[in-house]
Design a protein around this ligand. Sequence first.
Ligand code: ZN
Length: 84
Amino acid sequence: MGDPDYGLRQLALSFWTIVSQCANPDCRRELRYLRDGKIYQFVLSSKTGSKRMEHFWLCGECSKTMILIRVDQSGVKTVGKGGH
Ligand SMILES: [Zn+2]
């Protein structure tokens, strides 16, 4: 039905407009290569209750030592891998 690539293009578009740098606030490395690092996808709720898909990226260096988790309905944070 229609254009089979449409959904993919929309995803790529929203991805590039939302994700431009590393999700680690102490890093904020600029996103240049998707093969570098790790991409996360979360469904977050806004204050009005509407849900939306959000994408985050951890750069290669950060994704070696940390992961990204959802902390509440509307936020994410980085946590260290392994140790507690
Ligand atoms: Zn980083």
